[in-house]
Design a protein around this ligand. Structure first.
Ligand SMILES: [Zn+2]
Length: 175
């Protein structure tokens, strides 16, 4: 999955769990943090990302990071309250884990070895429209544009739906 697909899904999760803000600056920061969380396994860091796929796209590694984050916020309750409480933490965790699900939708490989090194199970949920012919390139090619467009068409309605749900509940809270 490209960063576009991951960003749209992470933003959808953010729309459903981040608190209401008076300042749009805070809202943008929250959406940005969720986009980073959704792309966490792909971050271009040494010994991470797609060059170390078994480590960065591993359920145990990501769960350890999530549990560490939750523990940190349990000790720093005031910060937890400031960022919107447990639902934001759960949402952030879902944004991270959504990465594995989304990457498994591409049928270019044999799935993701999410249980490595403890099991051979692979997460593979190929969806036909996400099939890649020729692979994703870092260059702006016709194929890359096609993949990005498919992801936009597929995930934008989900983001739109999440924003509508958010607006509905925010409106009802003010009434
Ligand atoms: Zn990935």
């Amino acid at each position: 999955m490209t960063t576009i697909g991951h960003s749209l899904v992470s933003s959808s999760v953010a729309a459903l769990c981040i608190p209401r803000f008076d300042s749009s600056k805070k809202k943008i920061i929250f959406y940005f943090v969720f986009i980073v969380l959704g792309s966490l396994p792909d971050l271009p860091i040494k010994s991470w990302g797609h060059q170390e796929y078994e480590i960065s796209h591993n359920l145990f590694v990501l769960s350890t990071l999530i549990i560490t984050g939750i523990t940190f916020f349990c000790f720093w309750r005031r910060l937890l309250d400031q960022i919107g409480g447990l639902k934001v933490i759960i949402g952030g965790s879902l944004a991270i884990l959504s990465h594995l699900l989304l990457d498994s939708m591409y049928n270019h490989g044999n799935g993701i070895a999410i249980f490595y090194p403890f099991g051979n199970g692979r997460l593979s949920l190929p969806i036909k429209c996400f099939s890649i012919v020729g692979g994703i390139s870092n260059l702006l090619t016709f194929n890359t544009m096609k993949i990005v467009m498919i992801e936009i068409l597929f995930f934008s309605p989900i983001l739109l739906f999440s924003i509508l749900i958010r607006k509905y509940f925010c409106k009802n809270k003010t009434n």
